[in-house]
Ligand binder design. Structure first.
Ligand code: FAD
Length: 363
């Protein structure tokens, strides 16, 4: 069997999921090269900052990535405790004023749609009864979802890759073509997977001007709300770009409360006024979170800011030849990189197959 030599640029959830799926196929020699690795916390490295949970955000036409990911995340939650993912009830709330305005407060219009497409994906989806809605709420829905403790899940992905022979290397690339010379095999790469996230806008050979940051400020607290429900209302009263959500993570990961969805904002520092509003809103959403004590009752693990890799026109998953080497791009996942990770990796593998087919037809 011939070996395909592959270098994956990026060790966020996108790069790691691709590396894992590629390494599961016989005949692939996979190297992961990245500036940041699981364990690092850096504004340029989005994945560790995510909550993360599954709240479908795409509209029906673009739902493939989330549709194809959900079964695997649900399986991991049910069968693989070491992955740090657990099942959790999600409650999506549509405010009267947002329904009247015909838009959500920024996170996703499709998530808050009346009669959403994803009701066919989530087994136990149900609309909330009137008696379950608070003041000012038009309607809402509830379904079993998952919450991922990213501090456990990202190292778990690394460990699964290592077990399959993937080699990890630190490296800071000025140009995507440099990846071709970085395989641990010593051979020139047959193809490169570009999973560089937000930094795709600065990477030589790519320099994608459509990529922009979507700033997400969060607070991680030790408190857990009784019942552990994940909540996401369609909007908040306050400055533009602020949103509200809460999720309790598996394996002692605390509760992540958010947040912001600020397009074009590169500021990696927490804003303290925003932090106070985030905590106040979380307590209004989940009064049990601080045991009725107000925000003084929250035990803070960390304040943080992550920059989601937004992209005009949506995610880029396509192949092209750069400086004589095939490159498969997989970046620009905005706020859904985890919940679309396996679906996107599946498409990357299809493109890798297409490239192999083209190479064979030339023989
Ligand atoms: P990254 O994690 O940024 O990884 C990029 C990798 O490329 C890094 O390893 C980096 O070092 C490397 N790299 C880039 N350029 C170079 C270079 N030149 N040389 C070497 N290495 C390079 N998603 C969900 O699905 N559910 C959620 O609930 C959720 N919540 C979120 C909450 C917040 C606050 C934030 C900020 C994000 C959230 N997201 C969520 C979105 C999700 O985190 C991102 O979509 C995802 O992490 C993007 O992953 P990535 O692998 O593409 O990029």
């Amino acid at each position: 069997m011939t070996t395909t030599t592959i270098v994956v640029l990026g060790a966020g959830v996108s790069g790691l999921t691709c590396a894992l799926q590629l390494a599961r196929r016989q005949g692939n020699a996979v190297t992961v090269v990245a500036k940041h690795m699981p364990g690092d916390y850096d504004t340029e490295y989005t994945s560790p900052w995510a909550g993360a949970n599954v709240l479908p955000m795409a509209d029906r036409a673009n739902s493939r990535w989330e549709r194809r990911t959900w079964p695997e995340l649900r399986r991991l939650a049910k069968e693989v405790p070491a992955a740090g993912i657990h099942l959790q009830t999600a409650r999506v709330l549509r405010r009267e004023k947002d329904v009247a305005a015909g838009a959500s407060g920024g996170l996703s219009d499709a998530l808050f749609a009346l009669n959403p497409w994803y009701q066919e994906l989530m087994d136990d989806y149900r609309e909330l009864g009137r008696g379950e809605l608070g003041a000012g709420m038009h309607s809402g829905c509830e379904f079993t979802s998952v919450c991922i403790n990213t501090a456990v899940y990202l190292p778990w992905l690394v460990s699964q890759c290592l077990a399959l022979g993937v080699v990890f290397k630190r490296g800071v690339l000025g140009h995507i073509s440099e990846a071709a010379g970085l395989s641990h095999t010593g051979r020139k790469a047959d193809l490169i997977v570009n999973a560089s996230g937000l930094l795709a806008c600065r990477l030589g050979g790519v320099m994608d001007p459509a990529v922009y940051p979507v700033r997400g400020q969060i607070v991680v607290v030790r408190n857990e709300a009784p019942g552990g429900i994940m909540l996401a209302p369609s909007g908040v009263d306050g400055p533009e770009g602020e949103i509200s959500y809460a999720m309790t993570r598996a394996a002692g990961g605390g509760t992540v409360i958010g947040g912001t969805y600020q397009k074009g904002n590169w500021d990696g520092n927490p804003d303290w006024n925003t932090a106070v509003r985030i905590m106040q809103r979380a307590i209004e959403l989940l009064p049990g979170l601080a045991d009725g004590k107000g925000i003084e009752g929250l035990s803070i693990v960390r304040h943080g800011v992550g920059l989601r890799p937004g992209r005009e026109g949506g995610v880029r998953i396509e192949k092209e030849v750069i400086d004589g080497t095939w490159v498969v791009h997989n970046y620009g996942h905005a706020g859904w990189g985890y919940q679309g990770s396996y679906g996107c990796a599946e498409r990357v593998l299809e493109l890798v197959d297409e490239i192999a087919g083209l190479a064979k037809s030339k023989l």
